[in-house]
Ligand binder design. Structure first.
Ligand code: ADP
Length: 421
């Protein structure tokens, strides 16, 4: 087993602008690191660079203490699992798993032992004498993992391994992969564009930026943030990470800081005023223009305990079963909120509503092109989020655990795919 160190990795194809523009990343021994980012941002390129399938233009790559820039892929002690399974169609499942070891001239009884172990771990014992075409997609993906496991590599690389599977199977395989990691404790680097996979599997998530509408590829190809799923969700370093992690995406609205009688608020269109926690208030000054970020799950329908601080009009309600996505108009701004379906009974399009936004769920960003985070409210259950006196809300408990965060992000592929546009 080994960790990895990436020192300023640059990858350029031909004379084009580099796809990866200087990636610095330390991956600990035994860590499960998930690499996410929009389509085309260079996730596969980075994985292939680590595997040695692509050369490194600049920078240094260490596996453990060994510099491997010029080491052949087969000598890097890495096993890669692809989205396409890449099984040999005319070989049995047993042979598919054993083949890599045969090529390495391992003794037959040792190969049999390793294949038997992997097969039992992955529930493939009944399929060993079958051909890949006789197996389902999920079973074939398990064979692909088995083929990687038998090699006992120092590092596993997974390139969107579950993308070809349907939603139910993806959920099942996600759990199996997590279980496998618990058993093997091998370092894993896992590429996906599926947020739920990222949130549920990762010890840490690394977010890579892609091209964006305003700046094209100028800000693409950089690592934006590396951290635990909860850290990224609650304390994104900039608008890109804030918008990419979490589904549905965070609302962003331009707003202004107003200070009255020593208390600072963030005000939208001069009339909707949200108090600030101490952390936010200390980071801004009266009159400052900011971008306000609010997660759709953090919006509360106003009631006696939560008096409205934002007035909206219902545009469209999407009912998803237990919950609804409510598209409001906040003045001229589109504003999305998630609400319990039961609480919206009788509410119709164009109805005027009052919403309550707690100081603790406010995220403030710079208006510059990087949208750097200025401060975060800290989350409703964050004991450290001391609130400006008088602004503390009597709110229902909010996200306390990663599981709750995960439950709040949608499992639909449509959601994650739509982020790639
Ligand atoms: P992702 O995995 O994030 O979807 P990729 O790593 O596949 O993205 O691709 C990132 C970019 O790198 C692509 O948009 C493309 O411009 C460039 N790229 C990838 N592979 C090659 C290649 N073999 N030759 C030239 N350009 C490439």
């Amino acid at each position: 087993m080994a960790g990895l160190t990436l020192k300023h990795i640059v990858k350029r194809y031909g004379n084009a602008e580099p796809t990866l523009k200087g990636i610095d990343l330390d991956i600990k021994d035994g860590e499960f690191l998930v690499l996410v980012g929009p389509s085309g941002c260079g996730k596969s390129t980075l994985l292939r660079t680590i595997a040695g399938l692509e050369s490194i233009t600049e920078g240094e790559l260490f596996i453990g203490d060994r510099l491997v820039n010029d080491v052949h892929p087969k000598d890097r002690d890495i096993a890669m699992v692809f989205q396409s399974y890449a099984l040999y169609p005319h070989m049995t499942i047993r042979r598919n798993m054993a083949f890599g070891l045969e090529v390495r001239k391992m003794a037959k009884d040792e190969i049999d032992k390793l294949v038997a172990e992997a097969s039992s771990m992955l529930g493939l014992d009944d399929f060993l004498d079958k051909l890949p075409k006789q197996l389902s997609g999920g079973q074939r993906q398990r064979v692909a993992m088995g083929r990687a496991i038998v090699r006992r590599p120092k590092v596993f690389l997974f390139d969107e391994p579950l993308s070809n599977l349907d939603a139910a199977l993806r959920t099942q395989m996600r759990v199996e992969i997590r279980r496998l990691h618990k058993k093997l404790k091998t370092t894993i680097i896992y590429v996906t564009h599926d947020q739920v996979e990222a949130m549920t599997l990762a010890d840490r998530i690394a977010v890579l930026s892609g091209r964006d509408k305003e700046n094209g590829t100028k800000n693409a190809g950089y690592l934006q943030q590396v951290g635990s799923p909860l850290e990224l969700f609650q304390r994104p370093v900039n608008k890109f990470v804030a918008g990419f992690i979490g589904s549905p995406s965070m609302n962003f609205i331009d707003a202004e800081i107003v200070e009255k009688e020593g208390k600072k608020s963030v005000v939208i269109d001069g009339k909707h005023s949200i108090a600030l926690t101490k952390e936010c208030a200390d980071a801004v000054k009266d009159g400052q223009k900011v971008c306000l970020g609010i997660r759709p799950q953090d919006v509360i329908l106003a009631d006696k305990a939560h008096p409205a601080n934002v007035q909206v009009k219902v545009d469209v309600i999407e009912t998803l079963g237990w919950e609804c996505h409510v598209h409001y108009k906040l003045g001229e701004h589109p504003f999305l909120a998630v609400a319990e379906a039961q609480k919206l009974i009788g509410v119709k399009d164009e109805d005027e509503m009052g919403l309550y936004i707690a100081p603790e769920v406010v995220h403030l960003f710079d208006l510059d092109e990087h949208g750097t985070a200025i401060a975060h409210g800290g989350g409703l259950n964050n004991k450290d989020a001391s609130v400006v006196e008088g602004a503390k809300a009597e709110c229902e408990p909010h996200f306390t655990s990663l599981n709750e965060v995960i439950a709040s992000v949608s499992d639909s592929k449509e959601d994650s795919d739509s982020k790639e546009d």
